[in-house]
Design a binder for this molecule. Structure first.
Ligand SMILES: [Zn+2]
Length: 46
């Protein structure tokens, strides 16, 4: 079963690769961990 992940910045669904890696990034740890999609990740890196 595939868990659907949503970007915490824009709310869009974060895609995963066939290896199960997300097309985006995690920020933080545990309960405070946030997920950002690849597009929002680019914004973070600017
Ligand atoms: Zn996003």
């Amino acid at each position: 079963m595939v868990k659907k992940l949503k970007c915490d910045a824009c709310g869009r669904e974060v895609e995963t690769t066939f290896l199960g890696k997300i097309k985006g990034t995690y920020v933080g740890k545990g309960k405070n961990r946030k997920i950002y999609c690849s597009m929002c990740q680019k914004k973070l890196n600017k």
